[in-house]
Design a protein around this ligand. Structure first.
Ligand code: GRG
Length: 296
């Protein structure tokens, strides 16, 4: 990551950490265990890519970031809910996330399920409350609808279902595209588009942001698969958790080199979608470049 992008990320991460901290009860709130579980997962070193993308989408149109900040935090809460539930024994059955024991390993399955449920519900509560308190009317409602669609059957739920169904089964490129579009790209797209909506973008601008985000969302998952494939357990190539679980991935289907080519092509095409924003989309362009160059 360039020094410029690093300091951009750091500044946005600081805003997001502070706002997230203020948006939820303290871990001393009663009953402590659920609040501790939520905070354990939410503040465990996530990169905050989705909220940063929401703010970057907003910044294409406006500068007053605090208007969009609670929505950015809501997206991060939803992302963390999905990770907590994804790690459960009934789903991916993972013991570690971000180098730390998973939520259910530390707090038990029942509390992990509740922590996920709470994050999802609080996220929508936070967006609705912000819209009401700030008189944001239809703008807030439209942003909430984007996020709801991406979190529901048009997004991560069906993506996750097919991902689980295809584990250990044969799959083709169409299956992979469905999984990546729904499981990963939908929430990333909703983040950028909600940012645009909150910035009062017009239809043409929203189409450009949506096209951009759909492409980087798919590229993001391909790169995530490449990282898993390459670093794996013990650093041995091809021995990552995806391969062990026989998951449907691009590197598994078409190999490393073609997967990299596709991710890089998607990143270039994403950047082309932003032509109508000559200057203000510079952070989005830089993020798209970083996404496909990170660590492999
Ligand atoms: C449980 C309903 C439900 C859905 C789960 C999002 C998801 C669907 C599963 C998580 C597992 C996974 C590999 C999802 C793909 C998205 C992805 C690449 C997640 C990791 O995102 P990062 O790298 O994570 O932004 P950090 O740790 O930085 O927050």
């Amino acid at each position: 990551m360039s020094i410029e992008l690093e300091s951009y990320f750091k500044a946005r991460q600081d805003l997001i950490e502070k706002e997230l901290d203020q948006s939820l009860p303290s871990e001393k709130a009663y009953p402590e265990k659920i609040h501790q579980a939520i905070r354990y997962s939410l503040f465990s070193g996530g990169k905050r890519v989705r909220p940063i993308l929401l703010l970057a989408g907003f910044e294409v149109l406006r500068d007053d970031l605090e208007r969009a900040l609670p929505f950015a935090c809501a997206i991060e809460m939803i992302h963390n809910y999905s990770l907590i539930h994804d790690d459960l024994p009934a789903m991916d059955d993972d013991d570690f996330r971000r180098g730390k024991p998973t939520c259910h390993k530390v707090f038990g399955e029942a509390t992990a399920i509740l922590a996920g449920d709470a994050l999802l519900t609080e996220a929508f509560g936070l967006m609705a409350k912000t819209g009401l308190e700030r008189g944001m009317g239809m703008t807030a409602l439209r942003a909430i609808r984007e996020v709801a669609e991406a979190s529901g059957l048009a997004g991560i739920i069906t993506g996750q279902e097919l991902d689980l169904d295809k584990q250990g089964q044969t799959y083709d490129e169409q299956d992979l595209l469905f999984i990546n579009q729904h499981k990963t790209a939908a929430l990333i797209r909703a983040a950028v588009v909600a940012g645009g909506i909150l910035g009062e973008a017009g239809e043409k601008e929203l189409d450009a942001l949506s096209g951009f985000a759909e492409k980087i969302g798919i590229a993001f998952q391909i790169v995530d698969d490449l990282l898993d494939f390459q670093t794996g357990d013990g650093g041995r190539k091809g021995e990552g958790s995806d391969a062990r679980k026989k998951k449907a991935t691009y590197p598994g289907l078409i190999g490393l080199n073609r997967s990299k080519e596709i991710a890089e092509r998607l990143s270039r095409e994403a950047i082309n979608c932003l032509e109508i924003f000559p200057e203000r989309a510079e952070p989005l362009r830089k993020i798209a470049g970083w996404l496909v160059s990170r660590g492999y």
